[in-house]
Design a binder for this molecule. Structure first.
Ligand SMILES: [Fe+2]
Ligand SMILES: [Fe+2]
Length: 270
């Protein structure tokens, strides 16, 4: 079931004066990562061989992720006609490639793979919610609202399959926590750094510099309530009922860490 199409985006309402260049830079990067949904769908088909119900869901999921890439890519070109989305996607996949022929999850089990997928969808659903609230540009707001709703549905989809695999395979609290924390840390690895570098033509590739330049801009769109909502979603994945006190404590730590890092990167960039 398709929830929206590219034709639903009100491009005629675009207002260049309301678009922050830092936000455009991270939108360009996101358009490349989202477009990579086709490769991830193929990877998931290999990992979940024989589970046709999940494979069908992964196909639909991949189609929606590609549509996110198309919507954001088209938007980036509207805002900056020199940006060629197809060209940038080709350069991105030349520098970063998912293992297309994997027969087993890099997380050690199918349940582990689903924990990682839930963490990714937690990140994207809170990110697009935050981005949509941070920008005043009406077309980007409209795109982010639609994508954020899809990402939340994706989280629920993977969580449903995770419950099934936890009953079949089992994966304890510490195993789930380790995978969740590992996947959160990976957000500063090569994928987003490479996407930001390629999408913004940064010259020779310096992973750390590109990663910090991306994360400084991306973290800046968050407000505490986005982190709190994301934290509740993460706690649920690792099997903890997100009560108010625990969530507030974990959110406080994460929020403090994000703020310190944005300050440090901003100073370094200056
Ligand atoms: Fe997406
Ligand atoms: Fe998603």
């Amino acid at each position: 079931m398709v929830h929206w199409t590219l034709d639903d985006i009100p491009c005629d309402r675009f207002d260049a004066a309301k678009l922050d260049p830092d936000i455009l830079a991270i939108v360009k990067a996101a358009s490349l990562v989202e477009q990579n949904g086709a490769d991830y769908a193929r990877y998931l088909h290999g990992v979940f061989a024989g589970d046709t119900a999940f494979q069908d869901a992964a196909t639909q999921w991949g189609t929606e992720e590609i549509q996110h890439g198309q919507a954001l890519g088209r938007y980036a070109t509207l805002a900056d006609p020199s940006f060629n989305h197809a060209d940038a996607c080709a350069r991105f996949t030349a520098g970063f490639r998912v293992d297309l022929d994997a027969q087993a999850s890099v997380r050690g089990s199918r349940a582990g793979e689903l924990v990682a997928r839930c963490i990714v969808e937690t990140g994207t659903s809170s990110y697009y919610t935050a981005l949509g609230e941070a920008t005043d540009e009406p077309v980007l707001k409209a795109i982010c609202r639609r994508i954020a709703a899809d990402e939340l549905r994706h989280y629920k989809l993977f969580l449903t399959h995770l419950d099934r695999y936890l009953q079949e395979e089992g994966l304890g609290f510490w195993g789930r926590l380790g995978i969740a924390l590992g996947r959160i840390r990976e957000s500063e690895d090569d994928e987003l750094a490479m996407a930001y570098h390629v999408a913004n033509d940064l010259g020779s590739y310096d992973r750390r510099r590109a990663s910090e330049a991306y994360a400084r801009r991306a973290y800046s769109v968050y407000r505490r309530h986005h982190v709190e909502r994301g934290m509740a979603m993460v706690l649920k994945v690792v099997g903890i009922t997100p009560n108010g006190r625990l969530n507030r404590f974990a959110t406080g730590l994460a929020w403090w860490g994000m703020q310190r890092r944005v300050e440090r990167w901003t100073k370094a960039a200056a």
